[in-house]
Design a protein around this ligand. Sequence first.
Ligand code: PEP
Ligand code: MG
Length: 776
Amino acid sequence: MAVLWLDDVSADDVETVGGKAASLGELTDAGLPVPPGFVVTADTYRTFIEEAGIDEELFAAMDIDPEDSSELKAAEETAHDLILGTELPDSVRAEVLEAYRSVGADGEEAFVAVRSSATAEDLPDASFAGQQETFLNVTEERLLERVKECWASLFSQRAIYYRQRQGFPHDEVDIAVVVQRMVDAEKSGVMFTSHPSTGEARIIIEAAWGLGEAVVSGSVSPDNYVVDRDTAAVEEVTVADKKVMMEKDAETGETVEREVPAEDRERRVLSDEEIERLVELGERVEDHYGTPQDVEWAVYDGDIYMLQSRPITTISDATDDTADAAGGEAANGGTDTATAGDESADAGGDGDVLMQGLGSSPGIVSGNAKVVTKLDHLDQVVEGDIIVTEMTMPDMVPAMKRAVGIVTDEGGMTSHAAIVSRELGVPAVVGAGSATRELSDGQTITIDGDKGTIREGQPDESGDVEEYEPVEAVRPETPVKPMTATEVKVNVSIPEAAERAAATGADGVGLLRIEHMVLSLGETPERYIAEHGADAYVEEIVDGIRTVADEFYPRPVRARTLDAPTDEFSELEGGENEPTEHNPMLGWRGIRRSLDKPDVFQQELRAFARLYEMGYDNVELMFPLVNDAEDLQRAKERMHEAGIDPEERRWGVMVETPASALGIADLADCGIDFASFGTNDLTQYTLAVDRNNENVADRFDELHPAVLSLIADVIDTCRELGVDTSICGQAGSKPEMVDFLVEEGVTSISANIDAVRDVQHEVKRTEQKLVLDSVR
Ligand code: PEP
Ligand code: MG
């Protein structure tokens, strides 16, 4: 029998039908509304390759060097050609088509979803979303071909690569395919039947217009609803700006992305009544399995359907009721999820939203606004104040440490204020526009560093807002750091954060910026050297780097030479000699300035040489804003002059400009050990979006296909040439970027301090997924 109906499938059939189909069978069995469908069993695939006699050739073609990308590609093509080019036996064709014909309602030709169902996927502790081939809106015409394409997806380059690396035999992997009637969803989404990180009795629902693919793939920010299961109260409603939706094209039947009509973009997707029905179904699903579930659902013609259910594997064992106080979404940027004022029963101050900026360091906090317009006002900042300033400067760090929160008029998610407040663990809202003008000194405000809101007053006693605590204090403790093949490191910009950074268990520092150490001297490097001598300058840098290198020893610390723009130097003593630039971001910074100012650059390199002499062999040297091999050859000469042998030390470059990405092979030729993506700059230079300009913050998209394409090509080339790759821009803290990089084969990921733990888990999940994908 080539097919089994979902009605006849249960959890015991996982070997023949895979996890996805077994779970759908269970749901059907429990009387939950599941669209009808059947499974082409794993045996059918196995019999197909064996009886057609293509099995030996297929598996022999997989015996390749996985590090050679041309061999990988050839193996994938061979498998695809063999499977797609071989006719299905007549009996299988007949059986599959017959089953298909009875899936449609009233004998109509049905549109079906065709999905791979892996035998190792979806098992407890290994939950993976949407990685195998899935085809939507398939009709009879292409059904058989799509089934074979699912089979062929067992031999994607990535799957072959991981099986080869793991030494897992290619012939021990099987695959089933689910064929199920499409629900032509008007709205759809996902539902967590308990809180996905703390396990609390809260149902979280995400919802968007159209087919669920948009939510699962992350291409749209969905509405978010939080329901307390004990009281059945809808506690929180966050209505997102839903720009796009996926739907079936009425003519071609293809799934297409459409713009959401203007009137629906900011309209709430789910009514209270629909939420109630979803919650009821969610409870039944969780009861059926006895563990919290991650459910995909859809609404069609007023009816709710369950499309898939998997156990939630992210809940920590040590649950903690307060764990959500600091939130985990800070890396999202916050601007495209607008909190709907009236509908929000959201925590965070009772008062009206006074203004909205970018939530750039997580946590909700109340305090007195301290409007700082001049640096000499800083000593007036007292414990418990919220600093309100145009933009922060290195001199402000001592005051930032005293403050409970930070608000700035200017700046984006990668601005100094955003970076430093995250490292200090102080909630911050940046780019709020007119905060220094509209807030008055001493006014009580509540800021939400996740959502970017600034509210009047503070929550009353009965309010459920927790005092802010650093995120690692309120997150459930994870006793053992997950072991991952991809290293997870941490970014440090202020040596004061070294201890906090090391406590994350990160595998090293992926970026130590020295700008902060230098700018906090209060004088430009030129002035400092003139006033205090070169040795004193070297000592300052040695001290700063050493604080971090000590804390992490023997884990590697990648310190970067100076990369401050002229507008930051011009604030310092001696800054009057800085040129005035129209756009300092495109100006005299990074390696350009260093090469033009060999006297200053030399002192920085001497600091590295000194650290090596002192035995800090864990220090690595990285150059910022490199464009081409000429930049690097010149930098290498300077290394030699400072007594650093590039052959003996680990050194490398930031990939921050399209030029460096496109010319990576030439940079590799210069003998670098690593290339690290500075996505803050790579994004601004690829998209022509000033990273510090809040007017275009909504266009600053590190996941833009153009940026991802540059990154993927660099990783590919570096893997061929034996150069390590890494990310140290803010995007390394975003789960979507982490998934992408791990799948592309990046060597390490460096995240913000507060994101390290989540990134460790995300990396682990993606790696497991890749391995399991390949062993099905
Ligand atoms: C980057 O550009 O992504 C980066 C990490 O460097 P910086 O933010 O210091 O420019
Ligand atoms: Mg940069």
